[in-house]
Design a protein. Structure first.
Length: 479
């Protein structure tokens, strides 16, 4: 049994852990907020030593102490009209405490951080200052200054607008990932359908393609990061979604309209559908296939095209993609194509995406290649296996070190390629995650172009590293 790390399974496990952790956590935070606003309100009516105030202060303090089992500080953020606990939306609280949210905003508060060490007295002092009128706060130099003057050190305020960008980025990445898994679910379901009664819900496939097409249009590089998700056990399912993403991203660099991209996308998503007819013993076989097994395997394009031809509503060009995706640019692949000089443009696009994704995934018979190695293979085989023009566009898009590549920089630091820099395929932006001694660091973005300026001409500024060599999963660092 192969036990190499497969990022999707690990990811799911971590997400599950996170979920349970955050479920308990969120409940605590909700309680805390309730008590926080109760103390604030009561302090407007009663003196701090009144029983009612003492009661809710002590409730807040005990919830806060509970919370400290999870983290060292509690960060309540305001973005637009909503409250967030760190990056999680507090939908109910945003409605319940809306007037308070407005008050905080108008008093120049974009976030409140409660730090470990906070005592009841300090909380009350802070809330009494917060309860001052807007004008008085302004005339005394603002809330942050008031806190400082009053020696309040365990409550830190963020100015308005501090969290807008970060939270919208995190939420976008979350919803993109959700869509990815939705696409995985759909292709899984379609394969089951085809296996059982050879019928296929074309509208479901179209919905997934449309969804990914919108994503690609909004933020191509973020979507390409998603295509680094892999699964060892469910190779074909994840592979289909990755090939869809890579094909759409590549095709969106060409002068094609939305209708054409939809047809291409359907072909890309369903290109390996014929594999449902290949026995699992062949698909998952460790080691080389026998000649007979290989012959069987090579039938999946024709079988896939047959299945698709029988479905009403699948465009002939999408069917052609399934039929031709292993034919190769010079027609030396399979099946043999007669009467044409080249496979169709859509087939050539999908073929490139297909080989790139297959090369960068661990398979029963191969280790995963690093993304930069896969890119070099594509370049080497342009004109024979691949359409040379498409290879050029693909490399322009992915860079020589595609997003998600784990790299070592000349400084000795370890990082993950985070973003491509347009027009410079060799110098992406890299997120540093380990110092030269291998210690974890607070992530920061480095411009490889800057390092290149300082380096001597023959110095290697960036080189790729195999994730298993260092026991890291680059995907963990892409958000
Ligand atoms: Fe295939
Ligand atoms: Fe494939």
């Amino acid at each position: 049994m192969d036990t190499r790390p497969q990022n999707w399974e690990n990811h799911r496990k971590r997400e599950t852990l996170d979920y349970f952790r955050s479920k308990g956590l969120l409940e605590r935070v909700r309680e805390l907020l309730k008590d926080f606003f109760a103390v604030k309100k009561n302090l407007l009516i009663y003196p701090p030593h009144h029983e009612i105030c003492l009661d809710c202060v002590s409730r807040f303090m005990s919830s806060f102490r509970e919370y400290l089992r999870y983290g060292e500080s509690l960060s309540l953020r305001i973005v637009g009209e909503e409250f967030f606990f760190e990056e999680r939306l507090l939908a109910r609280e945003s409605v319940l405490y809306y007037p308070l949210l407005q008050e905080l905003r108008s008093k120049g508060v974009g976030g409140v951080n409660f730090l470990a060490g906070l005592e009841a007295g300090e909380l009350v002092d802070f809330l009494r200052l917060l309860n001052l009128g807007e004008e008085e706060i302004d005339s005394r130099g603002g809330l942050a200054k008031l806190l400082e003057d009053n020696g309040i050190t365990h409550v830190i305020l963020d100015p308005p607008g501090t969290w807008e960008e970060k939270i919208s980025r995190v939420r976008e990445a979350e919803s993109a990932r959700e869509e990815y898994f939705e696409a995985v679910d759909v292709i899984r379901e379609l394969s089951e359908q085809v296996l059982h009664d050879r019928r296929l819900s074309v509208s479901k496939a179209n919905r997934v393609v449309g969804m990914m097409l919108n994503r690609v249009g909004e933020n191509r590089s973020a979507v390409l990061g998603l295509a680094t998700l892999k699964s060892y056990d469910e190779y074909t399912t994840f592979h289909s979604v990755n090939v869809l993403i890579l094909s759409l991203a590549l095709a969106s660099m060409l002068p094609l309209d939305r209708n054409a991209l939809m047809i291409l996308g359907t072909g890309a998503l369903l290109h390996d559908l014929g594999k449902v007819t290949i026995p699992k013993s062949i698909l998952g076989k460790r080691g080389p296939l026998t000649a007979a097994e290989w012959e069987e395997m090579k039938r999946h394009p024709v079988r896939g095209a047959d299945i698709l031809l029988a479905q009403p509503g699948v465009h002939p060009l999408s069917v052609l993609v399934a039929y031709e995706h292993h034919a190769r640019y010079d027609l030396s692949g399979y099946p043999k194509l007669n009467g044409v000089e080249r496979p169709s443009l859509f087939s050539r696009i999908v073929q490139l995406a297909d080989v790139y994704d297959a090369m960068t995934t661990v398979r029963p018979y191969q280790d995963a290649r690093t993304p930069d190695h896969a890119i070099r293979v594509l370049v080497k085989e342009k004109g024979t296996a691949f359409d040379p023009l498409l290879v050029k566009v693909f490399v322009d898009m992915m860079g020589l070190y595609p997003v998600g590549t784990l790299v070592r920089l000349c400084t000795g630091e370890l990082g993950v390629v985070y973003e491509q820099v347009e027009g410079d395929a060799t110098s992406p932006r890299v997120k540093i995650i380990r110092d030269p001694e291998g210690r974890e660091v607070e992530p920061r973005i480095v411009e490889v172009a800057r390092l290149r300026e300082k380096a001597s001409p023959d110095e290697e500024v960036i080189s790729s590293v195999r994730p298993e060599q260092v026991g890291l999963d680059p995907l963990d660092y892409l958000d």
